[in-house]
Design a protein around this ligand. Sequence first.
Ligand SMILES: Nc1ncnc2c1ncn2[C@@H]1O[C@H](COP(=O)(O)OP(=O)(O)OP(=O)(O)O)[C@@H](O)[C@H]1O
Ligand SMILES: [Mg+2]
Length: 331
Amino acid sequence: MIEVRELTKSYGPTLAVDRVSFDAKAGEVVGFIGPNGAGKTTTMRILTCYLTADAGNATVAGYDVLENPIDVRKNVGYLPESAPLYADMGVVEYLKFMAEVRDIPKSQRKERINKVIDICGLEGVIQKDIGELSKGYRQRVGLAQSLIHDPPILILDEPTSGLDPTQTIEIRNLIIEMGKEKLVLFSTHILPEVAATCSRILMINQGKIVANGTLEDLIEQVRSEEKIHLTIRGTEEEITPQLRELDGVTGVSHVKTDNGVVSYEITTSQEGYDASSKLFHAAQQNRWDLVELHHETIDLENIFLHFTTGISSDTPSNSIIIEEKDASEEE
Ligand SMILES: Nc1ncnc2c1ncn2[C@@H]1O[C@H](COP(=O)(O)OP(=O)(O)OP(=O)(O)O)[C@@H](O)[C@H]1O
Ligand SMILES: [Mg+2]
């Protein structure tokens, strides 16, 4: 449904999109993520024919964005980053106008307008002019216009930006629902949103696609070694050499010693839980007083940092906190 090949776009000296290629098909929800200025909006504007590329090509719903822009737009619902809403138009008046622009047959307009008012939770503001609406409601109206012609492809630039938590959840559910039969390509900065809604992640950095795959694919690409955080009461001199001896341990890095408690970051070639249990048993055998042991799990935040900055987040998200206990009592 979307085929993009070597798409390139510069604004003067700024190379905004650099030989971007990807495919996406019906039934996919593709999360387009990347830092500010990475090229998401520029790519989306090219795919929706609001901007022309300098090089490369793209087809959307089988139509070339350069040669058949009208057919492309018929098949795409687009929510721009800042929706071009008309402040002095009423909400319903605007939706009527968009239904007309989108060539919806007169007999179906009312039904479609009511449908998108319902989907986007606009009932409470239908009497108002767009200029009177809060940011979140303006965003909802933008979303409503993108859905009005029931297009097979949705391209949404930060659809949940500015929405309250309830509406954010509703829009996410809507994206999942739409993704069952349509193709949804949407950008966001909210990483849990991607994990919750997307069947595939497309990551862009400095104009280049740096990752493309399911969350599982990306975790696999990032996972080269496991990291375990270990805190033991004792002395570095006693503990460090013994940790280094352990089977599967590839690195022992002393983080800090605080009040007789030593913290390490251990890298291991073994799968997280296997390595954790080895360390746990080593502590028991050596009668070390184990304060904390947790392995670092790879989440989307780690992946994002890995592909966009080359560093990994150090936030543990899976911890086993063990109560302070003297290992000698175990026997
Ligand atoms: N109209 C413009 N004129 C000049 N430069 C632009 C213009 N629009 C975008 N750029 C530049 O192109 C690059 C890509 O911008 P783009 O808006 O596509 O990024 P983005 O990934 O959507 O970022 P954000 O997450 O902040 O929305 C940036 O360096 C930006 O400054
Ligand atoms: Mg943007």
